[in-house]
Design a binder for this molecule. Structure first.
Ligand code: NCD
Length: 345
C-alpha cells in the first residue's frame, strides 16, 4: 500500500515494503541533506510542528527536513504556550491546526495522544514521540544508521546481535526500534537494564513470537560482548509514576572506553538516540568515547534529515518529483565542499 496520505503513528502500521521504500527514498534525499542540491518540490506547503514535550533534534530536524524540500514550518513548543492549558481538547486543537497546514508532526507526553490527533484530522500526522509508547521516525533513522554503519541493507540484518542498554521500560525509541528490527530474519536482542526498567512483557513476547532470540540481563559486560550494535539510552526519570523511585547504580550500565576496549568487537557500532545526560556525573555513554571512530551518535542524528525528508516526500506524494525541482546549492557549506569530516549524511 502506498504511503501517500498515511499517518505514521506506530511502527506496527509499517510493513517490510513500507520500510524498504522509506529507506530507499532516504538514500535519494542524501544530496539534499548534504547541501549539494536544493529542491522546492514542497513550495507553498506548510508543516505544523506541535511539540508538547521538550525536544531539540526531533523538532529541528523535522523542520529542517521540511524546509529542505522547499516547505515552510510553524512550531509550537511546550504545553504552556498553547490553548491546551486553557482547557481546549486535543480534538479541537487538531481540527484548527489542520486548517492551517498540510501535515502535522506531534510530540506529546501521553501515550495514544498522537493517534487521537490523527483520528481528528484528514491530513497526515507523524508521531514525534507519544509518552513512553513510540517514536517511529527515530526507529527508522536508527535502522538507516545500523544499515549504513554495518554495510547491510534493510531486510538483510538477520543474525545481527543488538544490545540495548538503559531504560527499556519507558524508552520509546527502544520500543519502536525493536519492533522495526523484529521484521528482519531472526536476530539476537539483548536488553540490559535494572530489573525495574526492563522491557515490557508485550514487546518481549512479540520478539519471541517472531522467532528472535531475546536475552534480558543486567550486566553490561556480558551484554555488550560480541554485539554488532550497542544502543544506549537515558533513564527517563520524568516518566516514573509519581512517588516511584528506581534505585540503580548508574555505573553498572555505563558504556565507556574501558567497556568498549575490553568486551566489544572492534567493529561495534555505538548508538544513542540522544540526549545523553551529562549533568549528574559521567554520562550513560561516556564522553571518553567522543573521539572513538565507532561512536555513531552524531552520524545517527544527522540521518534524521534524509529519513524525515523521505517521510514527508512519501506521505505528501511527491517522492517521484523531488528531482524535477532541483537546483545546485550556491552557498558555502563544509559538507558540500567535503571539508567537514564529522558530517554523517
Ligand atoms: C529521545 C526521545 O525523545 O524519546 N530523543 C530523541 O527524540 N532523539 C530519547 C530521550 O529523550 O531519551
Amino acid at each position: 500500500m502506498s504511503l501517500i496520505g498515511r499517518d505514521i503513528v506506530s511502527v506496527a502500521d509499517l510493513c517490510r515494503e513500507d520500510i524498504d521504500e522509506i529507506m530507499a527514498t532516504a538514500d535519494r534525499m542524501l544530496p539534499y541533506a548534504r547541501r549539494e542540491l536544493t529542491t522546492d518540490v514542497l513550495r507553498g506547503a506548510v508543516l505544523c510542528n506541535l511539540f508538547f514535550e521538550p525536544s531539540t533534534r526531533t523538532r529541528l530536524s523535522f523542520g529542517s527536513a521540511f524546509n529542505r524540500l522547499g516547505g515552510f514550518s510553524r512550531d509550537t513548543t511546550g504545553m504552556a504556550a498553547t490553548s491546551l492549558t486553557k482547557g481546549e481538547s486535543l480534538a479541537d486543537t487538531a481540527r484548527v491546526v489542520a486548517g492551517y497546514s498540510d501535515v502535522i508532526v506531534m510530540r506529546h507526553p501521553q501515550a495514544g495522544s498522537v493517534q487521537e490527533m490523527a483520528d481528528a484530522v484528514n491530513i497526515p500526522v507523524l508521531n514525534a514521540g507519544d509518552g513512553p509508547r513510540e517514536h517511529p521516525s527515530q526507529a527508522l533513522l536508527d535502522l538507516y544508521t545500523i544499515c549504513r554503519e554495518t554495510g547491510s541493507r534493510p531486510g538483510g540484518l538477520g543474525g545481527l546481535v543488538v544490545t540495548f542498554v538503559g531504560d527499556m521500560r519507558y524508552g520509546r525509541t527502544v520500543h519502536s526500534l525493536a519492533q522495526v528490527l523484529s521484521l528482519e530474519e531472526p536476530m539476537e536482542f539483548r536488553f540490559i537494564a535494572p530489573p525495574q526498567l526492563q522491557l515490557p512483557d508485550w514487546l518481549h513476547q512479540q520478539l519471541v513470537q517472531r522467532g528472535h532470540r531475546v536475552v534480558l540481563g543486567d550486566s553490561i559486560r556480558q551484554g555488550a560482548r560480541d554485539a554488532q550494535v550497542v544502543y544506549c539510552t537515558r533513564v527517563q526519570q520524568e516518566r516514573f509514576p509519581e512517588g516511584e523511585t528506581v534505585q540503580f547504580d548508574a555505573t553498572a550500565w555505563r558504556v565507556d572506553r574501558q567497556v568498549v576496549t575490553s568486551v566489544c568487537r572492534p567493529d561495534v557500532v555505538l548508538m544513542h538516540p540522544l540526549p545523553r545526560v551529562t549533568t549528574d556525573g559521567p554520562s550513560e555513554l561516556s564522553t571518553d568515547l567522543d573521539d572513538h571512530p565507532n561512536l555513531a551518535i552524531f552520524r545517527q542524528a544527522d540521518n534524521g534529515i534524509p529519513i524525515r525528508m523521505a517521510l514527508f516526500a512519501l506521505t505528501l506524494g511527491v517522492a517521484d518529483q523531488v528531482d524535477h525541482y532541483t537546483r545546485k546549492a550556491c552557498w558555502y557549506t563544509p559538507e558540500r565542499l567535503g571539508t567537514h569530516d564529522t558530517a554523517g549524511v
